[in-house]
Write a protein of this length. Sequence first.
Length: 564
Amino acid sequence: MRNLRTNVIDTGQHKHHGVYLRSGLFRCTWWVVSIIFGIMPARGQIASTIPHLAKHGTATQLMVHGTPFLMLGGELGNSSASSLRYMAPVWPTLKTMGLNTILVPVSWELLEPREGEFDFTLVDSLIQSARENDLHVVLLWFGSWKNSMSCYAPAWVKMNQRRFPRARMSNGKALEILTPFSIENKNADIRAFSELMKHLRIMDGRQQTVVMVQVENEIGMIPEARDYCPEAENSFLQVVPAELMAYLKEHRMSLAKGFSQSWESAGGKMSGTWEEIFGKGVQTDEIFMAWQFARYANDVAAAGKKEYTLPMYVNAALMRPGSKPGQYPSAGPLPHLMEVWRAAAPQIDFLAPDIYFKNFSEWLGSYDRSGNPIFIPEADQQQSLTNAFYAFARHNAMGYSPFSIESAAHPEGNQFSKGYDVLRQLTPLILEHQGRGTMDGFLLDSVAQVARVTLGKYIFTVKHEYSWPYATRVEGQIPRYGGLIVQVAEDEYFIAGSGVVVTFQSSSDDGTSVGILRMEEGTFVRGLWMPGRRMNGDQDHQGRHLNLPGGEFSIQKVKLYTYK
């Protein structure tokens, strides 16, 4: 007997509270009322009426209520959403910071505390609170795995290792990791996830508060590169699945370098066992496990989409330079395994990096290939929000989300509230120009202090503000600065961000010089540009450059001209 609990469903017009018919025979719960009054979406939804992904030029955008949506997000700490009391004072903080999307974990252990009994009280409350604070939601399914471990599995799963077997090390020791080779493990996860997606369709299909779902969390094997349980050992001796080999053959020229080398160095065979195809070693162990994890995640996603076809993705825990499989959560959706994941998991819409390392642009670039849409579900809160400007403009990202956002200090005036305010103003412009070749982004720090962008007939040389002797600086450090440039007419551009000095030159090599015809700071109000100060004299260094001061985020519009 399933235990379905909920509080309030806001259809956008009315609020339907739980109704109990005291006939002594039955009680009519809220979902029956929903069916009677026709507010429950049909199981076979039309794709364009619910959140979905759509192409816009070369970009992929998230569509919500039929229009493009840019996620200015933040992810809650792992345990924050498990307590309504803890979350009560958090919601106003999130709103103060200017977020429009919050990433919220949903844990299997709380959703299905007893097998077959589902409690949606917490899920419903979180969604309702998000609505009340004008926030959309990305739900994170903490099911079989979270950061490799199976710590969010229910007690009835953890305690029955015979029915729900664990992954094992080469010495036979069991790990706190459910093995992906168990049908029983996968089916239990599928049942719970399917119930969650069915509930979301009924409870939220009209409002579309929830716009996307993450399947599992940072999947991977550790401390060894692969599983050695009996089922895994048997599978490792079998031939590589034909689906994987067909995909590799089709994409042979675009494979990640390390992956391609493993295949080619073993002879480039088109059939054989895992070691015959990829050679012996931990690299092959990782490829083998990537296929297993990806198939498992694909089947969970496919079952969920049968109930409610929201976009679904998996996220990756990245590895430190020089680390070997087993020393990080191996076999997850990492760049060097992207082809394996895409071949094994067609129901997963994209692969997303959790970026905590300083080389943000390098990691992001490794995911922006093979048509993989870009979303950053987790980022280091201490890194500059200029990362978001860069991701939206250079890589057509759908969203950006610092981790543990509720713990950020001074929410009324921190970098998120300031940066997201400017990004919110720019959102219509960003969405219009993504995938059109009329926008680009840049990041500057101690490693890369100069960037060059060509848009239209102009070259923009962007330098770190500290390259200018008159800039205000903090001694002993070179902060990360950056931003974006959008071309809106032949000679007109918006430049936004923080801590940069921009100069201009012609892209032609005929001696043409470039001057500033007009430059103004300003803001967008309901999509309309509202000019502020005309930036001339000292403000543009007597016509030499554009400067966006560090320590704040701002927008300037510049009109250029040429002369000889």
